[in-house]
Design a protein around this ligand. Sequence first.
Ligand code: 2IT
Length: 448
Amino acid sequence: MYIDNEIERIRQKYHNQPEFVQSIEEVFCSAKPLIEAHPEYQKADLLHRMAEPERMFRFRVVWTDDEGKVRTNVGYRCQFNGAIGPYKGGLRFQKNINESIIKFLAFEQTYKNALTGLPIGGGKGGSDFDPAGRSEDEIMRFCQSFMTALYRYIGPDIDVPAGDMGVGRKEIGYLFGQYRRLKGNFENGVITGKGLSYGGSLIRPEATGYGAVYFLNEVLKHENDKLEGKRIGVSGYGNVAWGIIKKAAELGAKVTYMSGPDGYVHDEEGICTKEKIDFVQELRLTDPLHCKPYADRFGCEFVPGKKFWGTKDVDIYMPAAVQNDVDEVSAQKIIDSGVKYYIEVANMPTTAQALEMLRGCKDIIVAPSKAVNAGGVGVSALEMSQNSERLSWSEEEVDELLHLMMKNIHKNSMIAASEFNLGYDLVAGANIAGFKKVAEAMMEQGVF
Ligand code: 2IT
């Protein structure tokens, strides 16, 4: 009753923020058995508090384009929950960004970060700035203006941004440069995803994709199955998809489908050679809207304007593009395809109805994104550790810690579900485990 009432209140209050409401519902509904076992949460008004960001900034970002025209964008930073560590989460630059998307990502980030086992709270930010077609100079001026508005509210022990869609190593460099210039000191722990020459961590660019494959590997082991020889369909062809492609190839599996806003590519032989993998990385940087050039270059099939969900010639689906990419129609196709593994990678890639359908299908194993993609921010936290210690760890050291982290997230999710007799339900388990840690920290820190 308590949970249902809270969800209803949130639905009404934020009826114009659908993504935000969707992310809250998934966490609160999944954590129901835990919440019901703790009546003190209601007394402490815990769910209400968890659904309100501690703080959220909205600011003007003004810059001048190459023609001398003054341009005005909106910037955001949501410091959602700092109970277990400094706010941590990426910045997304995308033309359709809004308050609902930033808040859902920050809320999601809070529970994901808790799952990493490292001391990081949840935050997210971004702007409706559209990097497509912008020159190098324009991007630099935009980043400098963005940071000028934000710098006084962040810091290595306060709030540590990173990249997300539209924000890669280049943008991180400009953002950090401006922070350093304004502060007059070298606090490189203020931002992660940096270049190696000024405090970036090895493996950070690959971490989200590598972590996703490590997690997938744990799921397969649980099912007495193995990664070797598996064919994977990955939606997206960005940084995360690239990491998946690379690690899958290394471990003897192959990605045979990838997609972009223009359609999908089917490479039956798999994106396995160094040449192909490098091409994907390069393509994303030079053409973020079209994956077709891959098909042209390597002579494989390209299907314009369509998604590949429903194809039967893969063993694993990994949605790694954007939120709500997989709707009910796609979910039905996935169910009909007979493919057993549905491993979410992008933040909230499945609509609520589609997720319910997939979870309801006993032949499909669903792994939730907040567990699967947590290796990215996990390695960001390792980057923070290296920065505060003023040293850098080797590739092997970081990769080993990432691998261990993903094994633990899988194990802890499994244990959390079984504590409530939910069987091998990774969606419930991950949400319960993340919720539990945040709830405990908030309860012990008093009412505020
Ligand atoms: O969604 C995510 O976890 C990220 N964009 C990475 C955040 C981070 O701080 O590395």
